[in-house]
Design a binder for this molecule. Structure first.
Ligand code: NIG
Ligand code: FE
Length: 408
């Protein structure tokens, strides 16, 4: 069925062209899709005659953007950690709490206890709320299981979401999030479990597209990351990395060496790291909600953009460092904290986020042939959207041509 959205005040195409500040706006636009794909867009005065009979909707002069892509979340986890939120407010740091047995490991305990059904229904409760904010694609990491059964349980939850939910789901294996307590005195054995059993099994069963690792003094070293990601690549999983978050660690340099799809966090990236990301075309992912909640400095994105690095923005939704799935809020913070312009922020959560997930050929921008994933925002411009921040500006969200939220 062919459907047309008419009377769009501004349509932000967000193509993978020009600078990150260029959102390729079309004013007084119309957008046409057939089933799940976009077939035409442009100025409404040029709408081809053959679409005149199609089912039409009125955007009432509002703004249309590509469906937002949250390219870094830890969607499935057991429990919450509000107690740590309060401890941090009283002055204890994220790393101190982690070293005292809190942090990721306390979520691992709760996640191991949760059943597949419990985790699935929690994810199913989060996704519609993300859709209501304009989000149509969510990357989901494992990493709170840290044993074979529990890691596979998390990835099975994501697989089920992928098959049955209208949101696009991209899965990432993060078995190297932390060494679990039972392997504390024998980390070599945990590394073997990852490289000899888990990575091969995840790849063989096609349970994830990416393999991520947390490189930090409380988690994995650069050398360990090199080994683990090397094995992941041999099995066809593309590297992603949590690096240079709490301390500088030459993580961006490693991401470039490994040909990663993205290097995420990067609050303490070095000048050399910036140069290497640019050379290798690795996407940098800014996670400003993590800076907000951990009271750590924000990544300054200006030198990265000046060097030619694409900068994506995501929520990092997880129960510790970023307990919010509010991607528009992350975009606002990416302006004030990461020093992006509102246009750069929008591209960071659309086409650039798609590049971080290597799905830019099918979504992330409004172009003929791509998935009909878009949101209608009740705002006159992207600048105004993030400046006059409201609980929710989104009037409707469409994914693969189907209404996920609101009304048309
Ligand atoms: O991306 N940095 C490592 N992992 C998460 C935090 C996970 C947690 O605190 O539970 C992050 O910030
Ligand atoms: Fe993360």
């Amino acid at each position: 069925m062919i459907q047309v959205l008419r009377n769009i005040g501004t349509l932000a195409q967000c193509k993978d062209e020009g600078t990150q500040n260029d959102i390729h706006p079309i004013s007084e636009a119309a957008l046409v899709w057939e089933n799940e794909k976009i077939i035409w867009l442009g100025n409404e005065s040029e709408l081809p005659e053959n679409y005149a009979q199609a089912q039409a909707f009125d955007a009432q002069g509002k703004t249309v953007i590509p469906g937002l892509i949250d390219c870094h979340t830890h969607l499935a986890f057991g429990g919450w950690r509000a107690d740590e939120f309060e401890m941090r407010l009283q002055g204890r740091s994220y790393l101190e709490i982690a070293k005292a047995g809190g942090g990721i490991l306390s979520t691992v305990t709760a996640t191991r206890k949760a059943s597949h059904g419990e985790l699935l229904s929690r994810c199913r409760s989060f996704l519609p709320k993300m859709n209501a904010l304009g989000v149509t694609t969510v990357e989901c990491k494992s990493g709170y299981g840290l044993d074979k059964e529990s890691e596979l349980k998390l990835l099975a939850v994501y697989n089920e979401l992928k098959e049955n939910e209208p949101t696009h789901i991209v899965s990432t294996f993060l078995g190297a999030h932390m060494v679990p307590s039972e392997f504390k005195e024998k980390r070599e054995e945990y590394l073997s479990l990852l490289t000899e059993e888990l990575i091969p099994e995840v790849a063989k069963k096609n349970l994830a597209s990416f393999c991520d690792i947390f490189v930090e003094e409380s988690a994995f070293s650069l050398e360990e990351a090199r080994t683990i990601l090397g094995v992941a690549k041999q099995h066809g999983l593309t590297p992603k990395l949590h690096v240079d978050q709490l301390t500088p660690g030459k993580g961006a340099e490693l991401a470039a060496d490994m040909g990663a799809a993205s290097a995420d966090h990067l609050e303490h990236i070095s000048e050399e790291g910036i140069k290497r990301l640019a050379e290798k075309g690795v996407v940098a992912v800014a996670l400003p909600l993590a800076s907000l909640y951990t009271n750590e400095p924000y990544l300054n994105a200006r030198p990265l953009l000046e060097a030619g690095v694409d900068v994506a923005v995501a929520t990092d939704f997880n129960p510790g460092s970023a307990p919010s799935y509010d991607l528009p809020l992350a975009l606002l913070l990416s302006c004030n904290g990461n020093r992006l312009t509102p246009h750069e922020a929008l591209k960071g959560a659309t086409i650039i986020a798609a590049k971080a997930l290597q799905i830019q050929d099918t979504t992330g921008s409004l172009e003929p042939g791509k998935s009909a994933d878009f949101a209608i925002l009740n705002t006159e411009s992207i600048n105004h959207w993030l400046y006059h921040y409201q609980p929710n500006c989104c009037l409707a969200t469409v994914s693969q041509g189907k209404l996920l939220y609101g009304s048309l």
